[in-house]
Design a protein around this ligand. Structure first.
Ligand code: NAD
Length: 475
């Protein structure tokens, strides 16, 4: 299979290519056109040319096209899920039941939102002030390799619905479902040039794209290192930066422990642990620490690692051999830093051919972790849990905040006052109380500190995809 760029409504090839492989087997899935400056220039120009007509279409018409695209995604859930699972190693139960269906919701939701964009009025005795919201123009949408279809639709849907045009750049490690999205967008009737896709590497496509003077806004999801680089090189543009995390999952002694354990397991091991909002630092009150750690490890030992195409699999392969090596280095580091390995470790899971060649790692649990250890401070982005004891509420808040990141957080307690106090005190963009991460498309999604700037979701998406203008009329 050969994957090409989508520029101005047409497939466009490059002479150079790269391969995308199935991380469960190392089988080559496709040769992908490897874009560079020329393809970026052509795609930005196509988006710029398409912008005036698209932005001036009535929102109801854009909304109808968004809904049509949502319908097409829903119709193609099985095929898209299979492709996403093959390209990323995310399990079929996640892609088929959650990630791809939710991508259709992104279009349905923003179809509704874009017809409701309204302004404010500020009347005074001398003037009537009112706000208008305009589309921004050409937007660069940059996606990482984890849950790429969900992330790309989370960006494309509000971007297009609000009247902007886009150049989408997927991770070189997982380009396949976005290529399908481009085809489905054309099938839905979205005009040529409104959505353009350029495939390739960050240094060859991402860099010229974010620096392009005709790009007015950047919605980026990826690592903190890359986010910082983009902010420095892009110049004056609108930004939404959804970056890395090392989120605290705080369990007080009075919590409903069975539910807390289920949620803690889910928040670190679902999506193969390759999840920005992972509850990767599990802070547990000392009086229940030993019991919690043992019960957590017992559940982790029962988790099935293996073929991501099997509905029963919970953890599939890591995205790449390089990423597997990174995760393994942290597993090696844990005991050297003084942590106790309760389950998992460096032994590869025992799997049949052809999965033996896959990038698999066992779910790994470390207890007796000190928050200052590197395994507690750095984003591992794999199925590795760190369980850290705390003494009281103040200690829990101190440990939760003693980290560079601030994306998500989780608090488990039956004490309602404490739940509210801790939720307010934790430095993070999101806090879930007695709950795993449950996404509501109206909520502001994003992080603080090294986890990013800006929020997307609901009216929060105005920040990046709409430009407010004040009009003052003399009375
Ligand atoms: P990455 O930063 O390496 O790459 C992300 C994207 O940026 C890729 O498409 C890449 O090609 C591109 N890129 C790389 N260098 C670039 C440059 N100089 N200019 C422009 N683009 C460039 O991240 P990754 O390894 O693909 O993804 C994992 C990271 O993403 C983790 O840190 C994870 O926490 C984060 N993430 C955050 C969220 C969130 O919502 N906050 C969601 C998912 C993933």
């Amino acid at each position: 299979m050969r994957i090409q760029h989508l520029i101005g409504g047409r497939p466009v090839d490059s002479t150079a290519t790269f391969e995308t492989v199935n991380p469960a087997t190392q089988e080559v899935l496709a040769e992908v056109a490897r874009g560079g400056k020329a393809e970026v220039q052509a795609a930005v120009q196509a988006a710029k040319d398409a912008f005036p007509a698209w932005a001036s279409r009535p929102a109801t018409e854009r909304a109808a096209l968004m809904r049509k695209l949502g319908e097409l995604i829903t119709k193609h859930v099985p095929g898209l899920s299979r492709t996403e699972t093959q390209d990323t190693g995310q399990t079929i139960s996640q892609t088929g039941k959650q990630l791809v269906p939710r991508s259709a919701d992104n279009f349905n939701y923003f179809a509704e939102m874009c017809t409701r964009v309204d302004g404010h009025t500020y009347p005074t005795p001398t003037h009537l002030n009112y706000t208008l919201f305009h589309a921004v123009g050409v937007c660069a949408l940059i996606s990482p390799w984890n849950v790429p279809f969900m992330t790309s639709t989370w960006k494309v849907a509000p971007c297009l619905a609000f009247g902007n045009t886009a150049v989408l750049k997927m991770s070189e490690l997982s380009p396949l479902t976005a290529a399908r999205l481009g085809e489905l967008a054309l099938e839905a009737g979205i005009p040529a040039g409104v959505l353009n896709i350029v495939h390739g590497y960050g240094s060859e496509v991402g860099e010229p794209l974010v620096a392009h003077p005709d790009v007015r806004a950047i919605s980026f999801t990826g690592s903190t290192v890359t986010g910082n680089r983009i902010v420095q090189s892009a110049g004056l543009k609108k930004f939404s930066m959804e970056l890395g995390g090392k989120s605290p999952f705080v369990v007080f002694a009075d919590a409903d422990l069975d539910r807390a354990l289920d949620a803690a397991i889910f928040m670190i091991f679902s999506n193969n642990g390759e999840r920005c909002t992972a509850g990767s630092r599990i802070l547990v009150e000392r009086s229940i620490y030993a019991d919690f750690a043992e019960r957590f490890a017992a559940r982790a030992r029962r988790i099935t690692v293996g073929d991501p195409m099997d509905e029963r699999t919970i953890i599939g392969p890591m995205i790449s051999a390089a990423h597997l090596e990174k995760v393994r280095r942290y597993i090696e580091l844990g005991p050297k830093e003084g942590a106790t390995l309760l389950c998992g470790g460096l032994d590869a899971p025992d799997l049949p051919a052809p999965l033996q060649r896959g990038n698999f790692v066992r779910p790994t649990v470390f207890a007796d972790v000190d928050n200052r250890m590197r395994i507690a401070q750095e984003e591992i982005f794999g199925p590795v849990a760190c369980i850290i004891p705390f003494d009281d509420e103040a200690d829990a808040i101190g440990l939760a905040n003693d980290i560079a990141y601030g994306l998500s957080s989780y608090v488990w307690t039956e004490n309602i006052g404490r739940a509210h106090r801790v939720a307010a005190a934790i430095e993070a963009g999101m806090c879930f109380v007695n709950s795993q991460n449950v996404r509501d498309l109206r909520q502001p999604f994003g992080g603080t500190k090294a986890s990013g700037t800006g929020r997307e979701g609901g009216t929060w998406s105005y920040e990046v995809f709409l430009e407010p203008k004040n009009v003052a009329v003399s009375m």
